[in-house]
Design a protein around this ligand. Structure first.
Ligand code: NAP
Length: 283
């Protein structure tokens, strides 16, 4: 498996499997199990997805040695703050049936993220987490965390796909040694992505699918991608991108699709901040 090296030398697979919006526990367990059987070694979940237990069961059932799998989960807004973050971390670990995490992310840049980060730095130093990072942090939020703490986030997971390419933000992250990770690599199916003319013509030329081109384009830029699917044939398809090489011309054509704006979740829209902050986990 091709990997990226994080700022603390931890190796992270460049392609993984995401489980957002897989609400049915059995479907989630089966999908993660299928992904692990197909060779995926990075699984991305979050407390707020409410499927950490199903992910944990799939990992156990797969029989893949723990040290071969890279598990990410995320701290939700309601658990922001020093004490709450420590408690939420233990809850996630228990649900996942793990004794350490590979990557723990602050899911959203809202609430007491500085308290959360202090807790995460301690958990990292205790060896309970291999790497700590953030998600949905715009550059100013990222810098706020960098300048006020000792540990620089290893990863920033942000909306990144052909319509929201994050070119300048990716450069900012690279300049500060933060690995960019894409969420929504297929733009969650929006904008008719799978029938996009540019992508279809590149896919046809390489005898690949649009999904494979969209993923290959990300990893060729050095961006970690975590596509989600509940269909076994798509899980296989999405993993089969290592024998594809996009040309400079293909990359340039895809660059023209960038809208430079968020398509799915704008993070500086006060209404979104309010609505997300009202979303709570059920116990
Ligand atoms: P996505 O991966 O961009 O898109 C998933 C959609 O694409 C599903 O409808 C899926 O349908 C379909 N699909 C998958 N493979 C396909 C293929 N080969 N051909 C055609 N359709 C295909 O969206 P996402 O799940 O939102 O993003 C991926 C992961 O990123 C999430 O699962 C989650 O782990 C993470 N994420 C993080 C955040 C954050 O705030 N940090 C936000 C969103 C997502 P089927 O399932 O029916 O196949």
């Amino acid at each position: 498996m091709q990997t990226v090296t994080l700022n603390n030398s931890v190796e992270m697979p460049i392609l993984g499997f995401g489980v957002y919006q897989i609400d049915d526990e059995d479907v989630c367990e089966e999908s993660v199990y299928n992904a692990l059987m197909e060779g995926y070694r990075l699984i991305d979940t979050a407390a707020v997805y409410e499927n950490e237990e199903a992910v944990g069961r799939a990992i156990k059932r797969s029989g893949v040695p723990r040290e071969e799998i890279f598990i990410t989960t995320k701290l939700w807004i309601q658990d922001a703050g020093y004490e709450s973050a420590k408690k939420a971390f233990e809850t996630s670990l228990k649900k996942l049936q793990l004794d350490y995490l590979d990557l723990y992310l602050i899911h959203m840049p809202f609430g007491d993220v500085h308290g959360s980060w202090r807790a995460m730095e301690e958990l990292y130093r205790e060896g309970k987490i291999k790497a700590i990072g953030v998600s949905n942090f715009l550059n100013d939020r990222l810098m706020d965390l960098i300048v006020h703490h000792e540990i620089v986030p290893a990863v920033n997971q942000v909306e990144t796909h052909v319509f929201t390419q994050q070119v300048e933000n990716a450069q900012f992250m690279e300049d500060h040694d933060v690995q960019i990770e894409s969420w929504g690599p297929f733009a969650e199916g929006e904008n008719n992505i799978f029938n996009n003319e540019v992508l279809v013509s590149i896919a046809e030329k390489h005898h690949k699918s649009v999904a494979q081109v969209a993923l290959r384009w990300l990893i060729q830029r050095g961006i970690v991608a975590i596509p989600k699917s509940v269909h076994k044939e798509r899980i296989i398809e999405n993993f089969n991108i290592f024998n594809l090489e996009l040309s400079e011309e293909d990359m340039q054509r895809i660059a023209t699709l960038d809208t430079k704006e968020s398509l799915i979740l704008s993070l500086n829209d006060p209404e979104n901040v309010e609505n997300l902050s009202k979303m709570t986990l059920h116990d």
